[in-house]
Design a protein around this ligand. Structure first.
Ligand code: SAM
Length: 267
């Protein structure tokens, strides 16, 4: 873990990539400087997936400042829960072939931001497509043809009932050589336990630990590549018991504790 001063210094460097918007403007946006570009992200405040979260800025900062060790040129990258698209935009500007995914209701704003910030400026036009965690993975992302060098995810763990499906999705998308970069915002104990569940299937290494932001950035790769779990199933039944009563009393919606935006499906 970084010392207090080093944590504060790194957090300040990360957040300094945010551009302060002029008060007089016809359109609300958030600005960032990454990959030698000024990026403008439109938020739409009616959906959680349409708001920028600090984990995304942390992941972008890491990618931008580690271009040698993480050379994304021509790499196949998929982002889960891309939200407003900052990570997908930065990854595209750094030269990767990006598939940016989220729930259907988030895709139009995501597509808008991705197009607006990458059109004519990147080597491979990014693709924006639906990926609902755990659903029809083999149908839409067949393992025989979809090989990803990287799976990126920022702030996808919070109080929603799809953590099992999320874990299955990471699992499905990881093959030999695939690395996950995952920025996790720590909120409350129950959702934080996901890290240990994740660790049961993936080798996990901390790249950043930023207590001042309550965010860690992890690198991960799949353990036991031969023992893949069929998609769509709760591998190892790990939700049993753990999810019982999990949502009870969890309806306080604040930025630090999210409610799943639109889907009402039961676990
Ligand atoms: C807290 S937001 C983070 C967005 C973005 N990664 C960021 O850091 O700004 C969580 C994202 O996960 C997406 N999400 C939630 N449940 C999902 C599910 N079951 N399948 C796919 N995406 C989901 C949301 O739509 C949202 O975009």
């Amino acid at each position: 873990m970084l010392g207090v001063a080093a944590d504060a210094e790194l957090a300040a460097a990360i957040m300094s990539r945010t551009i302060i918007q002029s008060l007089i403007t016809v359109e609300a946006w958030e600005g960032y400087t990454f990959a030698d570009h000024q990026i403008r992200i439109k938020e739409s405040h009616d959906l959680y997936g349409a708001v920028m979260w600090p984990s995304a800025i942390v992941l972008c900062y890491f990618l931008d400042t580690h271009r040698d060790t993480y050379n994304l040129l021509d790499k196949n990258v998929i982002e889960l829960g891309a939200g407003t698209g900052l990570v997908s935009v930065v990854t595209s500007l750094l030269g990767a072939k990006v598939t940016s995914t989220d729930l259907p209701e988030v895709l139009s704003n995501l597509q808008y931001n991705v197009l607006r910030n990458t059109r004519g400026q990147c080597r491979h036009p990014p693709q924006v497509t639906e990926l609902s965690w755990g659903k029809e993975l083999e149908q839409h992302f067949p393992q025989a043809t979809c090989h990803y060098d990287y799976v990126f995810a920022a702030d996808v763990v919070y109080c929603h009932p799809y953590l099992g499906e999320l874990l299955d999705t990471f699992d499905h998308l990881c093959q030999d050589g695939t690395e996950i970069l995952w920025a996790m915002r720590f909120r409350l104990d129950r959702e934080n336990q996901f890290v240990e569940r994740f660790r049961s299937r993936f080798h996990l290494e901390e790249l950043y630990d930023l207590p001042s932001l309550s965010i860690k950035l992890y690198r991960a790769s799949r353990k036991e590549m031969g023992r893949k779990t069929p998609s769509g199933e709760a591998a190892g039944g790990w939700r049993d018991g753990w999810m019982d009563g999990w949502m009870d009393g969890w309806m306080d919606g604040w930025r630090g504790c999210l409610i799943l935006p639109c889907s009402t499906e039961a676990v």
